[in-house]
Design a protein around this ligand. Structure first.
Ligand SMILES: [Zn+2]
Length: 258
């Protein structure tokens, strides 16, 4: 998951808003989202901020860069936030259309601000989905390297120390299940809405990061320095939010791996 909090203060953001607002009337903004998509792709190093897959601009692919309405624009959800740039978040089409869909669970449904005309009017809501333009993933999650029947996977886990039954705890659980990014050992989960784990993505991330995590774990400065000498490789790893988790040693593993 990628920390996107610098997005709203990006030098290009206000320019995008101005161009966007000059283009449409009333609530008919459907064709004018591309400026925000491109800017968010720039901020996320062209990764999906949720699952970190490499994005493409070719339409109708699994990993096409799409703009999701964090609060869904449907009539029974938040129809007046359809054209509000603060409500847009970049996702791959799989995260957006197959996993999140129109879900927007709240801690307390009675807080739901359906008639909100501005995003600020939803401030009393406590969404159970994590918005990477507002919150730091390192405050919520850690990485887990794990061996499964499908091979090594890298999945998201709730960060240790978050109290059970806290709001943050529920955000972690909801995010991981909604996007299929963890708890793979418990799928299929007969009493829950856990979705199929995304083995392809989880495996790819494992292969990308396992060697780096091993170097960090070894605490051998010489060996780490040698690893970091490969500048091209490190520059590639740095494009991922997962890189920060490993640098901060916010990861765990079972003993058969390291
Ligand atoms: Zn994604």
């Amino acid at each position: 998951m990628i920390d996107m909090r610098c997005y709203f203060t990006h030098p290009e953001y206000q320019n995008c808003v101005n161009i966007f607002k000059a283009k449409f009337t009333e609530n008919k903004c459907d064709d004018y989202w591309s400026g925000f998509t491109a800017l968010q792709q720039n901020v996320s190093n062209n990764k999906c901020p949720i699952c970190e897959v490499e994005l493409t601009n070719t339409p109708n692919k699994t990993h096409t860069a799409t703009l999701d309405h964090f609060r869904p624009k449907d009539q029974d959800m938040y129809p007046n936030l359809k054209c509000k740039p603060e409500n847009y978040i970049l996702m791959c089409s799989l995260c957006n259309i197959t996993y999140k869909k129109n879900d927007f669970p709240l801690l307390d449904i009675l807080q739901k601000a359906t008639n909100a005309k501005e995003v600020a009017e939803t401030n009393n809501e406590q969404p159970l989905l994590f918005n990477p333009t507002e919150k730091n993933p390192l405050d919520f999650f850690e990485l887990a390297f794990r061996q499964t029947a499908q091979g090594g996977i890298l999945e998201l886990k709730r960060k240790q120390g978050i109290p059970k039954d806290s709001y943050e705890y529920k955000i972690c659980e909801t995010m991981i299940k909604t996007f299929g990014l963890g708890y793979c050992e418990s799928y299929p989960h007969p009493n829950d809405n856990a979705k199929v784990c995304r083995i392809e993505i989880l495996t790819k991330h494992y292969n990308t990061f396992v060697e780096f995590a091993k170097e960090i774990k070894k605490q051998d400065q010489k060996s780490l320095a040698l690893f970091l000498k490969d500048k091209n490789r490190i520059e590639e790893l740095k494009k991922y939010g997962f890189f920060q988790f490993i640098v901060k040693k916010q990861f765990n593993y079972d003993s058969s791996i390291f």
